[in-house]
Design a binder for this molecule. Structure first.
Ligand code: SF4
Length: 465
């Protein structure tokens, strides 16, 4: 009988002291031997539940098999064809609730650490540029415009290029990666890692146009006029929400999107020659509202940028936090305090219009709400003032409206999500396709990759019809 190894191969990571010094990546990945040892734990199940658990249904069982058999090129190829961002998803995916959460090894022991194996394969490709991974068909005449250099856009561009179509990506920000670049801090996902994935796409002949805002600098109709035969909209959901409470206009109040974007810009300024952000400074006592991964990212960023005290303020309990367990663990270890069952009521300002405190109220859990989770209810008379000088809202995102406003006939729903046909990814405008967060609302990187990849196939069908 086969010998099962129930425990995962541990991964190297920075110590707390090392990680707080700078914005280096905390998890350091597997060596070749470690990755192989972890791959050897896979049972090669007849029905690979891990793939059911992966939102992109990536060929996990197969790439683990090829890697174990010594065909590392083949392993990288089949994963990369399915997942354009394997180096990124190998770092930021919510594996515990996706592939690894569904792995049968997790029933009795610890699941195969799939994300870490995928990350190893992607990094191996980077350090072995001599590998010939993709075979490209000759270019056809038809061009596809892709709006957004985030996960959905990159996946769509790769998909159409692998079928021979030219792809050009238009993006508003300075760097490629979309939300991965400006919304995920460097200690979780380095811009270098995103750049590596993008370099692979550039080598395929995909063109990137940065600093172009579609809806302002040019419209979708302009793209058709320039000869593009199809347009894919993958602009994400970047309109950060707040709570609509008193004091949100005070100096020192940020959305997590702006806070993380400004911090990233500051960290990467010299390396990428980015403009600095006037007036951006991390406070001494920072409250981050919300408890999702973005909230953890903002809190950990504030600590690294010199805040003396950082608190996560969440109206529900720890058990109900939507964040990944590892993110909470890292956030706690790095010294961030957690105020569970607390809800902000209003932000208080000083005579100069700067944040000087936040009135909050304690909450208790009541009967289940529509999500099935216990509803947080205010505890009467428990109001108190939190001593803070900066407030960061990490309470979700809505889709941007600029493209819908400037594209006649493009239908959006009540929360501004772009309406698409579920099978064809086509919007209400002929030849315009959409996928990812701009359609579904904010979701994970791998969901957007899957949508972009599948929309590419729909575009190919459309062009070949
Ligand atoms: Fe391997 Fe786990 Fe997938 Fe089975 S479910 S094929 S053990 S990774």
């Amino acid at each position: 009988m086969a010998e099962y190894v129930w425990k995962q191969t541990p991964m190297r990571q920075l110590t707390k002291e090392e990680r707080l010094k700078e914005f280096s990546e905390v998890l350091l990945g597997y060596s070749y031997e470690q990755a192989l040892a972890e791959a050897d734990r896979c049972l090669q199940c007849q029905h690979p539940f891990c793939q059911d658990g992966c939102p992109a249904h990536n060929p996990i069982k197969e790439y683990i098999r090829l890697f174990r058999e010594g065909d590392i090129e083949g392993a990288i190829r089949i994963d990369r064809e399915s997942n354009v961002l394997m180096a990124c998803t190998g770092r930021v995916c919510d594996w515990e609730h996706q592939c690894e959460g569904a792995c049968v090894m997790g029933v009795r022991g610890e699941p195969v650490r799939i994300g870490a194996i995928e990350r190893f394969l992607a990094d191996y490709q980077h350090f072995h540029p001599e590998l010939e991974i993709m075979e490209l068909p000759p270019l056809k005449d038809e061009k596809v415009a892709v709006i957004g250099a985030g996960p959905a856009g990159l996946a769509c561009a790769q998909g159409v290029r692998l079928a021979g179509y030219q792809a050009e990506i238009f993006d508003a920000w300075y760097l490629p990666g979309g939300v991965m670049s400006y919304g995920i801090p460097q200690f979780v996902l380095q811009q270098d890692v995103i750049d590596r994935e993008v370099d692979i796409l550039k080598k395929m002949g995909i063109k990137f146009h940065h600093g172009v805002v579609i809806g302002k600098d040019m419209t979708i109709d302009d793209l058709f006029a320039k000869g593009f035969k199809a347009v894919f909209v993958g602009v994400g959901a970047n309109k950060a929400k707040t709570m609509g409470i008193e004091g949100e206009d005070l100096e020192g109040v940020y959305t997590a999107k702006d806070f993380l974007m400004f911090a990233t810009q500051e960290v990467l300024t010299s390396k990428y020659n980015l403009p600095t952000v006037d007036g951006f400074k991390v406070g001494k006592k920072v409250a981050v509202i919300g408890a999702g991964n973005t909230a953890m990212d903002a809190a950990r960023t504030a600590i690294r940028m010199g805040a003396e005290e950082v608190k996560i303020v969440y109206r529900r309990s720890k058990e109900q936090s939507p964040s990944r367990e590892i993110e909470i663990e890292h956030t706690e270890h790095e010294g961030v305090k957690f105020e569970y069952l607390v809800n902000p009521l209003r932000i208080l300002g000083d005579e100069n219009g700067r944040v000087k405190g936040m009135e909050s109220i304690r909450m208790k859990l009541g009967s289940p709400d529509r999500s099935g989770r216990p509803r947080p209810e205010p505890v009467e008379g428990s109001e108190f003032i939190m001593d803070v000088d900066q407030v960061v809202f990490a309470v979700g995102y809505d889709p941007e409206t600029l493209i819908a406003q400037t594209t006649p006939g493009l239908e959006v729903n009540s929360w501004n999500g772009i309406v698409v046909d579920n099978d064809t990814y086509m919007t209400s405008r002929e030849g315009v396709f959409a996928g990812g967060d701009s359609v579904t609302g904010a979701n994970t990187v791998v969901h957007a990759v899957a949508a972009g990849r599948d929309a590419a196939q729909a575009i190919i069908n459309y062009l070949e019809d």
